[in-house]
Design a protein around this ligand. Structure first.
Ligand code: NDP
Length: 287
């Protein structure tokens, strides 16, 4: 069997087109969606992510602000800038690119963003809302995965889901979203015993670990849907996921590639959250 490819680039193009139409409609009412991105430090991967996010905003007809700080900047400068952006009604979304340098209290930084502008969905208030099944902003990567499952018509109700990875930005919110769709969810992590026992039971397997090609074809149930969130580099410098694509595609029913899978959808859903934040200000003004 060769798995059907769930193409994140194609779906992104489609969804970004819809978002651009909505952004244009909002612009006609005098509101241009605006995302502020803060980058601290010189991590090359983070710089690329920020560049891509800013470019995607502009392409969809949204504004973006980019603040770049040296790694040794005093955290108080960043807190002051976030306070300024929180108070600026022309800014609808604020994102602080992670990871932050070690002298930063990342949690305190995320908590300082206004929950109404927290388009990454990492503020405790927004995490709580998601947990209660009433999300204000869905974290972008799991949100993108949900869109991919929907577009590929993957049945969710009652499906056995195994998520490998329990981070706050991917694994945990992913579990909440799938649970809300009545999946039976298992979360695995570095201390899980016999990982393959779990992964082989999965109708939907989500890998979000950060270890190149650790999920191999023999760990996958025939016909399963495999979502590869991981972004890693091979020793030769090529991008690859957490799933060994070559062996997995022979067993899975559907699979996301890396690159061209979850990555582009993450940025797309960031645009969606920014647009939703801007649309909500319009609703608030109308009241
Ligand atoms: P974290 O490092 O925060 O979390 C990794 C998780 O994997 C942890 O829960 C860890 O367990 C678990 N883990 C580590 N080793 C093993 C193992 N041998 N077996 C089972 N579980 C293990 O990573 P993130 O969630 O932030 O990111 C995961 C991957 O996804 C990375 O490659 C990252 O680059 C990528 N990513 C991709 C995005 C995209 O847009 N495509 C967006 C965000 C992330 P424990 O908790 O026990 O330590």
């Amino acid at each position: 069997m060769t798995a059907r490819i769930i193409d994140g680039n194609a779906l992104s193009t489609e969804v970004r087109g819809q978002l651009a139409t909505r952004a244009a409609a909002l612009k006609e009412k005098g509101i241009t969606p605006c995302l502020a991105v803060i980058l601290v430090g010189e991590d090359p991967a983070s710089a690329v992510y920020v560049r891509n996010k800013v470019a995607a905003c502009e392409k969809a007809g949204m504004l973006s602000l980019r603040d770049v700080y040296a790694p040794d900047i005093d955290p108080s400068v960043v807190f002051a800038r976030i306070a300024e952006l929180n108070a600026d009604p022309s800014v609808h979304g604020i994102l602080v690119q992670l990871p932050l340098p070690k002298n930063f209290d990342a949690e305190a930084v995320l908590e300082s963003i206004s929950p109404e502008k927290d388009v990454d969905g990492f503020h405790a208030e927004n995490v709580g809302a998601l947990m209660q099944g009433n999300p204000r902003f869905i974290p972008c990567t799991p949100y993108g995965v949900m869109k991919m499952l929907e577009s590929a018509n993957v049945p969710l109700k009652g499906a056995e889901v195994v998520i490998v990875g329990r981070s706050n930005i991917v694994g945990k919110p992913m579990a909440m979203l799938l649970l809300a769709q009545s999946c039976t969810v298992t979360i695995c992590h570095s201390q899980s015993k016999d990982l393959a026992f779990h992964t082989r039971r999965a109708d939907i397997l989500v890998a979000a670990v950060g270890r190149a090609k650790m999920i191999t074809g023999d760990m996958i149930k025939p016909g399963a849907t495999v979502i590869d969130v991981g972004i890693n580099r091979t020793p030769e410098g090529k991008l690859c996921g957490d799933v060994d694509f070559e062996s997995a595609k022979e067993v899975a029913g559907a699979i996301t590639p890396v690159p061209g899978g979850v990555g582009p959808m993450t940025i797309t859903m960031l645009l969606a959250n920014t647009l939703e934040a801007a649309e909500r200000t319009q609703t608030r003004c109308a009241k």
